[in-house]
Design a protein around this ligand. Structure first.
Ligand code: UDX
Length: 448
């Protein structure tokens, strides 16, 4: 099938490359000239494992092309996927300007019937709005249907997720349009759920908000573990063995970041408010997540006191491993707060040092390697569980610090190995049982 993809960010490019890989004839279009030139030359403009190789194969097989012309991309396309960014606007709701531009371009240039598939994460009701916008701008007598098809891929595992997704959600008010989208994905063999467009739009927000809730919940349990002398990994494992709960997204630490969870939680809260509903659980999820970002600093102050002049090394700046994405990375809040408290901050990330330079405060030093970052540091924070940091041989590098004190925001290091090197280790949610403090509520209960 001939398909056009508008927007070549994570979602658009990965979708384009993968749809080409299952046999479709795909043209990607983007207004960013530099990006189009890079992609035309086979260069992926961001770090995503496996994508370069797949892109190279599809270019060779001539099933994938890139253009800056909407008209050229839409010509003869049976489906037009919209995957432009919908970043958080100043009011907390997604900024739909790029999407509106694309809807206008479709109306003005489309010369054949087509199904428009919205992959961008958009507030409930946007599909209807886009359909009206396209209809207003149509200059030729063609039929356009709009279908909601939210994306669930994770950065760093985007290619894998596209081929092995749990479900494909197709929200449509027109049955024929829904069937066409189903046929596009058919070779993937992934279960398909058909809904109306509004439900499909809400599924995306509800899914991300639920996963964010799981993370904030386990982070609160981790806080209790520290106070009651329990071990978060054991508690999470025991909870996760219950199939009704599930083992995933129960890793405690410094909270969620990235381009989706923080933005989608905010947008869902905004939608609830605009509809006259106060979504209290989600408000708490957001509050807990922000507090978790400051957790390591609280612990550091508890251990070292005044931070003036103290040199703190941040290991891992991206919001998670296997990506260079710095959007809503906890490292940003942590670095800014440490600087405000008078500390010197030095950071290192195996992949995102360059991107980090543009978004971290200029006072943050960036080191070319972990060894350089750790040299002479008073304390180290592990903020991203990059594989490089979790190798047993890495532990030796901490001995280069002034005092080897490590706060692990992802519980990814091996306490026993660090112990062998004499390194002081502070994980999250592993409380030592202290008689009389952790269980003082029992005493209170007894004396009542
Ligand atoms: C997420 C969703 O998983 C995906 O379905 C959606 O389409 C986009 O948003 P992504 O943001 O790429 O994907 O990353 P993900 O792997 O889900 O992690 C999100 C954040 O949660 C990261 O900051 C991660 O460190 C954190 N996290 C995840 C935890 O703190 N604990 C966990 O147990 C899992």
């Amino acid at each position: 099938m001939k398909i056009a993809i508008v927007g070549t960010g994570y979602v658009g490019l990965v979708t384009g490359v993968c749809l080409a890989a299952i046999g479709h004839d795909v043209t990607c279009v983007d207004v960013d000239e530099e990006k189009m030139a890079q992609l035309g030359a086979g260069i992926v403009p961001f770090f995503e494992p496996g994508l370069d190789e797949l892109l190279a194969v599809q270019r060779q097989e001539r099933r994938l092309s890139f253009t800056e012309s909407h008209e050229a991309a839409f010509s003869g396309a049976e489906a037009i996927f919209i995957a432009v960014g919908t970043p958080q606007g100043i009011d907390g709701m997604p900024d739909l300007r790029a999407l509106i531009e694309v809807a206008r371009a479709i109306g003005l240039t489309l010369a054949n019937d087509a199904v428009v598939v919205i992959k961008s994460t958009v507030p409930v009701g946007t599909n209807h709005f886009v359909r009206e916008l396209i209809a207003e701008h149509l200059v030729r007598p063609v039929t356009v249907q709009v279908v909601s098809n939210p994306e669930f891929l994770r950065e760093g595992a985007a290619v894998y997720d596209t081929f092995h997704g749990d479900r494909i959600v197709i929200g449509a008010d027109d049955e024929e349009a829904a069937r066409l989208v189903e046929a596009i994905y058919q070779p993937l063999g992934i279960p398909v759920l058909h809904t109306d467009t509004r439900s499909a739009e809400l599924i995306k927000y509800a899914s991300n908000a639920f996963l964010a809730t799981k993370i904030s919940f386990i982070n609160e349990i981790a806080q209790l573990c520290e106070r009651l002398g329990a071990t978060i990994e054991d508690v999470a494992r025991g909870m996760g063995m219950d199939a009704r709960i599930g083992e995933k997204f129960l890793r405690a630490g410094i909270g969620y970041g990235g381009s989706c969870f923080p933005k989608d939680v905010k947008a869902l809260l905004g939608m609830a408010e605009l509809s006259g509903y106060s979504f209290s659980i989600l408000q708490a999820v957001e509050r807990v997540n922000y507090r978790q970002r400051l957790l390591l600093i609280e612990k550091l102050v508890g251990r070292l006191g005044d931070l003036h002049g103290k040199r703190i090394a941040l290991l891992g700046l991206a919001f998670k491993p296997d990506t260079d994405d710095m959007r809503e990375a906890p490292s940003l809040t942590i670095a800014e707060t440490l600087l405000k408290m008078g500390a010197q901050v030095v950071g290192y990330d195996p992949v995102s040092n360059t991107k980090a330079r543009h978004v971290l405060p200029p006072a943050v030093e960036l080191a070319p390697g972990a060894e350089e970052a750790l040299g002479g540091a008073d304390a180290a924070f592990v903020l991203t569980e990059w594989e490089e940091f979790t190798r047993p041989s890495f532990a030796r590098l901490f001995t280069r610090m002034k005092a080897p004190i490590v706060f692990d925001g992802r519980n990814c290091l091996d306490a026993a190995v660090l112990g062998e090197w004499g390194i002081e280790y502070h994980p999250v949610g592993r409380g030592a049982w202290v008689q009389g403090t952790a269980t003082s509520y029992l005493e209170k209960g007894r004396s009542r």
